[in-house]
Design a protein around this ligand. Structure first.
Ligand SMILES: O=C(O)[C@H]1O[C@H](OP(=O)(O)OP(=O)(O)OC[C@H]2O[C@@H](n3ccc(=O)[nH]c3=O)[C@H](O)[C@@H]2O)[C@H](O)[C@@H](O)[C@@H]1O
Length: 427
């Protein structure tokens, strides 16, 4: 045994031949028994404390596991406490995002345990994400952990602190057009990140139910309207759509192999207060107010471009109903014990509105005439129209969208003017 490193001497040179008759700390125990005096014992104890708290490497995104770490862990635990024992306990990824913040607050308000996770990435104005945290999540009592869905250590840590019954997975790289600027960010979040989350979810016991956001963009070049879940989704028009479609296939494989209960919700152009500044209704509002020109796309042959714009509250109701109607996962600790539920459901508004009409509603609400430039839709991954068939959502979730575009944009504009009042929108 080397006097320099007794612990290393206990590790076998041939893999598989290690017999743990003696603990690696045997040497230390031995020495302590034979030779310690009280001051030596105190020194060893202090050395242990030092090694434990200061030398254990923190993961790059997780909160540092130092003496201070007990407080974030306690926040996680208390935020995860439901009002009644039977209520769901939900991990909401992307909780500082648009849909994530609204959904997390709605879950908390109805008495669920809720913990948020978000990496606060700078795809759009981080101060808006921070404002959602301060003004929506903090006020509702939802604790949000700053971290990444690609951080398996952090995810496992969260599952070790809390027995989440559900994951509402909304963290993603969103936006159709940005996929041409930063393609790898879509693979990192929507493919790698999703797989990482599913890997952790399938291994824990009990396995949580997964409800996650897919997108209407998976319909791609499908021309059959309204879009039904049975329609073709093998012709994506953007890398964004391709990664969301990949997510649906990946989800299916985890459901099949591990018995995870998974519901994918295809969102249709969700808009409303606290929305995303990269979306047309949001930056049109900003540009109209600033008297800047806006580009209205039209398809070849002057075809009108239209979207099935869906108001945030309707989508949140759909998310909550998906959580409530989901059946439990059947597996545990990485082993499937029976067939588990797998659903893909449209959450749209069922009444497409042209971008022209969207702009005229905004002009009326803002009382400013837009400087419109009608341009041929660039080849940027956009599709000419979307239109949801929500028959399945009605049947499975009792989903009934109730907000038309005029009403919803009215609420958005009111929020926008209050929020940005004196401030400059930085997007
Ligand atoms: O629900 C969906 O599937 C998708 O909805 C939105 O994507 P999109 O519908 O393209 O929403 P916007 O980017 O806000 O565009 C709305 C409409 O305005 C049009 N547009 C956009 C930009 C512009 O300068 N001019 C213009 O006419 C687009 O072609 C589109 O028809 C979101 O950005 C995606 O993250 C989401 O997955």
């Amino acid at each position: 045994m080397s006097p320099l490193n007794p612990i290393l001497d206990n590790i076998p040179t041939t893999p598989g031949k290690f017999k743990p008759e003696k603990s690696p700390l045997h040497f230390l125990h031995h020495r302590l028994r034979l030779h310690t005096t009280l001051p030596k014992l105190t020194l060893v104890f202090l050395a242990f404390i030092f090694l434990f708290f200061f030398l254990s490497p923190p993961s790059p995104t997780a909160p540092r596991r130092t003496l201070r770490s007990t407080s974030w862990e306690n926040h996680v635990k208390s935020s995860a406490k439901p009002r009644s024992r039977a209520a769901p306990i939900v991990l909401v990824t992307g909780a500082a995002g648009f849909v994530g913040s609204h959904a997390a607050v709605a879950l908390k308000r109805r008495g669920n345990g809720v913990v948020g996770l978000d990496n606060f990435n700078p795809y759009y104005d981080v101060s808006l994400k921070k404002a959602r945290k301060l003004q929506l999540l903090d006020r509702a009592g939802v604790f949000i952990v700053e971290g990444d869905i690609n951080d398996a250590v952090l995810l496992r840590k969260l599952f070790s602190l809390v027995r989440f019954s559900h994951v509402l997975h909304l963290a993603a790289q969103a936006g159709v057009r940005y996929a041409m600027v930063n393609p790898s960010s879509y693979v990192e979040s929507n493919v790698d990140g999703f797989v990482n989350l599913l890997e952790v979810a399938k291994s824990v016991n009990p396995q949580p139910v997964i409800v996650w956001a897919s997108s209407s963009s998976v319909y791609g070049l499908n021309s059959k309207v309204p879009f039904s879940e049975k329609d073709r989704t093998d012709q994506p028009a953007s890398l964004y759509a391709a990664t969301k479609k990949a997510g649906e296939e990946i989800a299916h494989s985890y459901n099949h192999i591990y018995g995870l209960s998974i519901t994918g919700l295809r969102f249709f152009t969700v808009y409303g207060p606290w929305g995303r500044p990269d979306m047309a209704y949001f930056f049109f509002t900003r540009d109209i107010l600033k008297r800047r020109p806006i580009s209205i796309y039209e398809g070849a042959g002057h075809v009108t471009v239209a979207r099935d714009f869906t108001y945030i509250d309707d989508v949140v109701k759909g998310c909550l109903a998906a959580i409530d109607t989901a059946k439990k996962s059947t597996g545990s600790g990485g082993k499937k014990k029976g067939e588990a539920q797998f659903r893909i459901i449209n959450l749209g508004n069922t009444s497409p509105v042209s971008v022209n009409k969207l702009v005229s509603i905004l002009e009326k609400l803002l009382k400013v005439k837009a400087k419109k430039k009608v341009v041929l839709m660039p080849r940027n991954g956009d599709v000419p129209f979307t239109h949801a068939n929500v028959t399945l959502a009605r049947k499975e979730l009792g989903y009934r969208p109730t907000t038309d575009l005029e009403t919803g944009l009215g609420k958005f504009v009111k929020w926008y003017l209050e929020f940005y009042g004196g401030k400059k929108s930085s997007w």
